[in-house]
Design a protein around this ligand. Sequence first.
Ligand code: SAH
Length: 346
Amino acid sequence: MEKKDILAYSIEELKDFLVTIGEKTFRAKQIHEWLHKKLADDFDEMSNISKSLKEILKENFYIENLEIIKVMTSKIDKTQKFLFKLRDGNVIESVLMRYKHGNSVCISTQVGCRMGCRFCASTLDGLVRNLSSAEMLKEIYCIQKYSGERVSNIVLMGSGEPMDNFDNVINFVNMITSENSLHISQRNITISTCGLVENMNRFADLQPQVTLALSLHASDDETRRELMPIARKYSIAEVLEACQYYFDKTGRRITFEYSLVAGINDNLDEAKKLVNLVKNMNCHVNLIPVNPIKERDYKKSSLENIEAFKRHLEKNGINVTVRREMGSDIQGACGQLRKSYIDNET
Ligand code: SAH
């Protein structure tokens, strides 16, 4: 019999299982607590569960686990990048960022990615597979356990496209926000998408309180298509309509991510077009100086261009920040660490 992923079980589902083996149902809460509050990696840690019940659990279930292959710590800001090995041998990366307002973890949602954004390292070898909800939970649990520090914010901005792994991502959000697990507020979660319109709308219909970040990266369709293949499927107008729909349904201000690439999307004309696109929306623009990857020839915008771009947005009343580069000494760009690990192994 194939063992089941016990992290995916709710307390109710665990109760149902316990009934089938003639055990008391109050054990379900205890087991769940071991998994989702005390962050147990092994059934043997469950000290208030009898040996015989632990044996039955071991026969029927496994506890999803991530093996830490490598932890890199930034000397600049203590940001830590984790390289994890999954049960099937695939590797993913996650990042712990320490801010004054608390610890934020950036998680991967897929092994690789099939969106093909030109400047991104995660997508260079395509999509391998989706991560399960339990694997995403474990990215957080392992980091909280390893650091001994509470995680208060989560960003789904690591490798992968969250809206391309819709059901598992929604399930993950429901689980991590539950009072029976880490009870992280939806308002402290950000989901970043390259703009898969149908699934953005499906997400909005669930009326979440999560922040939606849209990777815009250009202010005209031609430039966006050059940087992001997905722009051949959806126009900027369609993507912005989906953002407005998300705002209407949730009341949550949209974040637009705009990675500045020298000579491609960083001139003042682009800034002017961007203002026209977003000026009537309740939004925030996050400018990201592109983090060059060795496989592509894109270069970071100059400090003057970044500053001028930002000033133009500010002058026109747009909320704008330039993303602080966390952990720039430890291969901060999406998927770079995983990629260099895989390339060295093969
Ligand atoms: N697939 C999602 C989330 C992944 S990446 C998305 O597209 O939004 C999170 C953000 O980092 C996205 O805005 C992405 O375009 C950007 N990004 C990826 N690689 C980058 C790089 N090398 N430099 C700057 N931004 C990058």
